[in-house]
Design a protein. Sequence first.
Length: 341
Amino acid sequence: MNKDRIELDGAEGGGQILRSALSLSMISGQPLRIINIRGRRSRPGLLRQHLTAVRAAAEICGATVEGAELGSRSLTFRPGAILGGDYRFAIGSAGSAVLVLQTLLPALLFADAPSSLAISGGTHNPLAPPADFIERTWLPLLRRMGARVDFELLRHGFMPAGGGELVVRVLPSELQPLHLMVAGAERSRSARALLTGVPGHVAERELERVRRHRGWSAANTKVVRLPEDQGPGNALLLDIECEHLTLVFCAFGQPGVSAERVAGQALQQADAWRTSGTAVDEHLADQLLLPIALAGGGSFTTPLLSDHLRSNRAVIEAFLPVRIDCQAHSAGGQHIRITPV
């Protein structure tokens, strides 16, 4: 295995470059040097959730690290062996526990023993996938690839308070290729409005907007009232279950944004994906790229090439002997193919 240090410039992307690079450094055993971390963001450098991911990754594989400080714009990470065990990490803010999970979980699949992982922080953060996406969309596909993972959301955590907690249990697993060219026939649709510490009419108005939209019915909508100490917070979740996968689309209530507009944002995401005729929405495309590459190959279709997907592709190809080809699909959208080299 090549032990040469991988050097990356993080100026062109956000935290995704850091997270993927940490995962791949742990798994490949290759030391990492990254500069200009989140260089073009309004608040460049490591924020709390990024720092938690760095320190957690270092603990899991016994890495030596330079630059693991809030605001740091450069990092050197020299990994050791990935060790299974019981781990608990706290972000200390509403930073995304889900994104920290996605940094660590791929590595724990390659650990020497089973693991449990508890992460506290934000579970429903507008700048990250919600925990529901992980549970209903991402993990079922990883399990189809051979990953042995259990997931439990213990407590919701919204912006700005945080305080959520999720737990996963991971067994060492060998990933197999995944091919997702079509979503398949639609089986069901449902909408849930999560609510805590917010007037009840907000959720009712969100769901009323959904019911009036073509393709959605009143029978499959409901308000989920969470304990008051888990808020304040509001999220609208739309699930579309198809033959080959389930997609989750989410929009968050925010001050100054009407309930009807929140619902419109979620519906727009769902419509854009469904009318594209592709299997995987743009956010899931980015999230699937790394596990499929670790499996040695696979393919899927997606509406477009996001900036996250482009930067993630460059990081993966720097670490792994794979090639990621992106071609315009004849029926619309993009065909992504990962092959060994």
